[in-house]
Ligand binder design. Structure first.
Ligand SMILES: [Zn+2]
Ligand SMILES: [Zn+2]
Length: 370
């Protein structure tokens, strides 16, 4: 039963704001600009290519977004692209122009007006007049802009962690290499052990609780309770944002994008608490010995009954162990297969690899000496 408590939001039918300059549903308004020559403020980006007061040139990089109350709509606007800037006289020309309207120079290799970064607001918020001075400061003094960006700092930080990571990996690799390095040594047999194990299960009453629909058929002592059995996500209105996108031709378009909000709602149902008999692992039966007694399987008193307390087998394993001494007469043990265990005589010598640092005997390398 999965309870999903998170109140996540799903993006539904999000409008793509970065492309699609065509204005289906989007409203188009004039960007604003201030005349640098005579100081006239809030001139219109589309209508006033030159200052109506002094004739000064509009600089597209100094355009800014108006406040909500200052917005001037552009009727029947056809967007053809960002403005072209004449190389010869710096005049702004529409994207469709081939020659400068001011001086007649060809515009084939003209630069296009740079679009300024868009902005966005939530429902109920108001756009203020954009502070163009502040934006230009950040652009013109790159040192200041970089200092204001915390990302520049975190880049160095990241590098440091990458280097630390490489060092750690190298150290671990080196340690693994050193610890697994071995040299050849010899050993001889000093004794024998065997062990046989039968794993056992016992039928036991187990309490459990599930949705009543998925209760196992052999449940008993059932009690039902009406309660929350799951959580589901229910659509609960929308969160909308308004985005303003500079089109680079003295206008910007305004679009709304909405996401459906979701809230968690409890799902009620009948939960059942019950007992059920299940086979549960219990301590295994084990027999052990040396070579004096032949290996045998232990008694389990398992029976084929199906009432509580009955036992049954759930797998067997056997282990045949050679006791050895090697490398400074240190004793150790290795599991081997039954035939090798059975045929190997006392004091028989073996080749074995020994770790150079931990001095551990590597049983997988154990081989009778030729
Ligand atoms: Zn002016
Ligand atoms: Zn020109």
């Amino acid at each position: 039963m999965g309870l999903h408590h998170c109140d996540y939001m799903k993006v539904e039918a999000e409008m793509d704001n970065s492309k699609a300059p065509s204005s289906s549903g989007a409203k188009v308004y004039e960007m604003l600009w201030d005349c640098k020559f005579c100081g006239t403020k809030k001139l219109l980006g589309k209508t006033h290519r030159f200052c109506p007061n002094c004739g000064g040139q509009q600089d597209p990089s100094w355009r800014y977004f108006p406040s909500d109350s200052e917005k001037v709509a552009v009727q029947d606007h056809v967007f053809v692209g960002a403005d072209k800037i004449c190389k010869a006289c710096n005049s702004l020309n529409g994207a469709a122009s081939e020659f400068c309207g001011n001086c007649g120079a060809p515009l084939s290799s003209a630069a296009t007006a740079q679009q300024i970064a868009g902005r966005t607001k939530g429902e109920g918020d108001t756009f203020q007049t954009e502070d163009v001075q502040k934006r230009q400061q950040a652009v013109q003094i790159p040192g200041l802009a970089a200092a204001a960006k915390p990302a520049a700092k975190s880049g160095g930080f990241l590098n440091k962690w990458v280097i630390i990571g490489i060092i750690v990996v190298a150290l671990i690799g080196g340690a693994v290499y050193a610890l697994t390095r071995t040299v050849n040594a010899s050993a001889y047999v000093t004794g024998y052990k065997w062990e046989r194990t039968i794993n056992l299960q016992s039928l036991q009453p187990v309490p459990d609780k599930t949705n009543c629909d998925s209760m196992p058929g052999d449940a008993y002592s059932v009690s039902r309770n009406y309660e929350q059995v799951d959580t589901r996500q229910v659509a609960d209105g929308q969160t909308c944002r308004t985005n303003q996108i500079d089109q680079g031709d003295g206008t910007f378009r305004e679009e709304r994008s909405c996401e459906t909000k979701y809230r968690s709602e409890p799902v009620m149902g009948y939960m059942c608490t019950y007992m059920v008999n299940r086979w549960i692992g219990v301590s295994p039966a084990v027999s052990r010995g040396d070579k004096v007694t032949a290996p045998y399987w232990p008694d389990t008193n398992a029976s084929s009954c199906f009432s509580i307390g009955c036992k049954r087998e759930s797998g067997r394993s056997e282990d045949y162990i050679l006791m050895l001494k090697g490398d400074g007469d240190r004793p150790f043990e290795c599991s081997v297969d039954y035939d090798l265990w059975q045929e190997t005589k006392l004091e028989r010598s073996f080749d074995i690899e020994v770790g150079t640092i931990l001095k551990n005997f590597v049983c997988s390398s154990l081989k009778p000496t030729a």
